[in-house]
Design a protein around this ligand. Structure first.
Ligand SMILES: Cc1cc2nc3c(=O)[nH]c(=O)nc-3n(C[C@H](O)[C@H](O)[C@H](O)COP(=O)(O)O)c2cc1C
Length: 343
């Protein structure tokens, strides 16, 4: 109500990235203000013990998490906890700080309740972000999502070392790490979803039992079923602890937004309601391959209680939201939790 009546009309007058920066700034202020934090808790909190669960050795008070990309620099975790999230994923962080792609690089598709972004992994870099997070004490799991620095001169062994650097840094503060192999917005224009590239990457990360913390792999929504089967087999041979499905899409089919507008926007990853069906199908495939052996984090187009339930029914154990929160506000977290409690 507060969001749809006052905040959303104000934010939606602004360019999508400017509005996002403002929302992050408000959340950062909330993190630092005892009064605003208490107010958020009063409005949004209310976890029920029926919602808590343990996955990869971590206790989740509820299954609704903040997806990667909303808080790339780790400035809002305290506020997000106060807003009722059950876990938070910061990032993607990369070994070196990066400015990302030229602006504008984030666009709303209101007719589709969706976004297109080609941010290009802008972030302050692993050192600064991990240092900041050392001062944050949370009661919910903190995930850090890692990706390769968006710089085409870093490739081959250097690309693997780049990921490994972020992994080792993230280990200093994270409860779990998500390896993002599916960002569509890099200079290379390719991802680590190529099996040879993924194998080399997993070999290069400190994944042996004694060294590692729970490690998840995040897939694209555009991955074909047979490719996904192969990639999951590969990940399983490295003992990966869980999967995040899915990242954004390069596909533009079936959108209500006009072809002219889509052409104006150009490249980027599609997120939000438009990818819900496809993302839920990918979760279903993962569930078929894994048969409950490993947790699945379902993300992609959760827009209301029903779309969250669809993901759980397809096999997701945990959920994440980003674009839904842009359109529906932070009240979406509570709406989903209340619906799950009634299940
Ligand atoms: C502006 C924007 C930036 C994103 N940045 C990242 C990122 O840095 N790393 C990542 O793994 N996913 C990133 N994502 C993808 C989200 O984490 C999520 O997988 C995707 O948006 C689908 O969920 P949604 O429909 O709830 O937004 C980003 C999404 C958006 C909209």
């Amino acid at each position: 109500m507060l969001y749809s009546t006052f905040l959303k009309p104000y934010l939606f007058q602004k360019d999508a990235e400017e509005a996002h920066e403002l929302a992050v700034e408000w959340a950062e202020r909330t993190s630092n203000s005892p009064i605003l934090k208490a107010l958020c808790k009063f409005i949004y909190s209310g976890d029920d013990s029926r919602l808590d669960n343990t996955y990869f050795g971590l206790h989740f008070p509820n299954p609704v998490g903040l997806a990667a990309g909303f808080d790339k620099n780790g400035v809002t975790p305290i506020a997000m906890q106060a807003m009722g999230f059950g876990f938070i994923e910061i990032g993607s962080i990369t070994a070196k700080a990066a400015k990302g792609n030229p602006k504008p690089r984030a666009f709303r598709l209101p007719e589709d309740n969706s976004l297109i972004n080609r941010m290009g992994l802008n972030n302050e870099g692993a050192d600064a972000i991990v240092q900041r997070l050392k001062n944050v004490k949370l009661d919910i799991p903190l995930g850090i999502n890692i990706a390769k620095t968006n710089d085409t001169t870093i490739h081959g062994d250097a690309a693997i070392e780049d990921y490994a650097y972020s992994y080792r840094k993230a280990m200093e503060v994270a409860d779990y790490i998500t390896v993002n192999i599916s960002c569509p917005n890099t200079g290379e224009g390719k991802t680590f979803e190529d099996p040879d590239a993924l194998k080399a990457l997993l070999e290069g990360l400190p994944l042996s039992e004694s060294q590692r913390i729970p490690t998840l792999v995040k897939f694209s929504v555009d991955t074909a079923k047979e490719d996904l089967a192969y990639l999951v087999d590969l990940c399983e041979s490295f003992g990966i602890d869980g999967y995040v499905a899915t990242n954004t899409s390069s596909d533009r089919s079936g959108l209500k937004t006009s072809a002219t507008r889509l052409e104006q926007i150009g490249n980027g990853g599609l997120s939000g309601a438009a990818i819900h069906t496809q993302s839920t199908q990918v979760i279903g495939w993962l569930n078929e391959f894994l048969q409950g052996k490993k947790p699945i984090v379902g993300v992609g187009g959760i827009h209301d209680a029903q779309t969250a339930i669809d993901k759980i029914e397809a096999g997701a154990n945990l959920l994440q939201i980003y674009t839904g929160m842009v359109y529906r506000g932070p009240g979406l977290v509570k709406e989903i939790k209340q619906a799950l409690q009634r299940q």
